[in-house]
Design a protein around this ligand. Structure first.
Ligand SMILES: O=P(O)(O)OC[C@H]1O[C@](O)(COP(=O)(O)O)[C@@H](O)[C@@H]1O
Ligand SMILES: [Mg+2]
Ligand SMILES: [Mg+2]
Length: 338
């Protein structure tokens, strides 16, 4: 570690202001709302078990998934932080059936940004003290400024994102984000409540030896995925690869970006479009992956160019080191022409 004083996230935003293709002030306030919310969620995550916020909340979200108490708490924290600071005119969340219109400023909807969010990713890991995360995706609205937001403000292709990122609540808490000028990671010093630039210019190694997939569903996978897994496990060249699956997309992605690897959540019989949601999981992670020199597809198509049709639509997800994703796509193509 150099003895250079680490730059804070706030200083980084000021230094990078000429990189932004939009007004820095608004973006800084938007990111500081996310920063604030992440610190509050981090505090909640760290006291889970002391205060009864683990376990099921007793209801289901629109996806038919059992909401965990921390899913609901994190959702309320992020929505409150983003609404109160009047930095967005609309929010769509995994935990809300419909998008939320944020009427800010006496003249209506002053902000031109909408945010899509997975407030707590990796919910199944909350009760067992394993890393979880938050994922966010930011767009400029496409409908008339000053009017209520509409569904089309959220159903934008991933290539239109102006920023995306995640928070990982792990052995340390980090914010990793991109505004289209590379990927940078900031680690929270909890004693000071300050994020410091700890991982400048994060990049995916072009190859890797780690594959992340829930092999419990193996027998239901498409043949192309089965053939790729066999390829990973064969004794040949730099193989067999290592299987690592945390069960939190953010944590598996973060490890793969640092060490090289591929994350796959494919379609299978009970989930013809896979499990992950396009708008607030796959698009932001795909933007980060590409900005870090990696790749993200549905096995065939670039994630960022997929035309969304529904707020909570799911999509198969292959993401990580470019050589590994392209090898997996090769097996998917061979299987698809049979
Ligand atoms: O338990 P499974 O089916 O392997 O799914 C694990 C995947 O589901 C997720 O938990 C879905 O995200 P949520 O927890 O936000 O619903 C991912 O983080 C993770 O990669
Ligand atoms: Mg998730
Ligand atoms: Mg979630």
């Amino acid at each position: 570690m150099s003895n250079q004083p680490l730059q804070t996230l706030g200083e980084f935003l000021i230094d990078k202001q000429d990189d932004f293709q939009y007004s820095t002030g608004e973006f800084s306030r938007l990111l500081s709302a996310i920063r604030l919310a992440s610190k509050v969620v981090n505090r909640e995550v760290n006291k889970a078990g002391i205060v009864d916020i683990t376990g099921a909340a007793g209801n289901q979200n629109i996806q038919g998934e059992e909401q965990q108490k921390l899913d609901v708490i994190a959702n309320e924290i992020f929505i409150t932080a983003l609404s109160q600071r009047e930095v967005v005119c609309g929010i769509a969340s995994e935990e809300n059936d419909d998008f939320i219109d944020i009427k800010c400023g006496e003249n209506g909807h002053l902000s031109k940004y909408v945010v899509l969010i997975d407030p707590l990713d990796g919910s199944s890991n909350i009760d067992v003290n394993v890393s979880v995360g938050t994922i966010f995706s930011i767009y400029r609205r496409v409908t008339e400024p000053g009017t209520p937001v509409q569904l089309e403000d959220f159903l934008q292709k991933g290539i239109n994102q102006i920023a995306a990122g995640y928070v990982i609540y792990g052995s340390s808490t980090m914010i990793v984000y991109t505004t289209g000028n590379g990927v940078n990671g900031f680690t929270l010093d909890p004693s000071l409540g300050t994020y410091y630039l700890s991982h400048p210019n994060m990049t995916f190694p072009t190859s890797g030896k780690i594959y992340s997939i829930n092999e419990g569903n193996y027998i239901k996978f498409p043949q192309g995925v089965k053939n790729y897994l066999k390829y990973c496990q064969m004794e040949e060249g730099d193989r067999p690869y290592t299987s690592r699956y945390i069960g939190s997309l953010v944590a598996d992605f973060h490890r793969n970006m640092l060490k090289g690897g591929i994350y796959i959540y494919p379609s299978y019989s009970q989930a013809p479009n896979g499990k992950l949601r396009l708008l607030y999981e796959c698009n932001p992670m795909a933007f980060l992956a590409e900005q870090a020199g990696g790749k993200a597809t549905d096995g065939f198509r670039r994630i960022l160019e997929i035309e969304p049709t529904e707020l909570h639509q799911r999509i198969p997800f292959f993401c990580g080191s470019i050589n590994m994703v392209e090898k997996a796509e090769e097996f998917m193509r061979i299987d698809s022409v049979k």
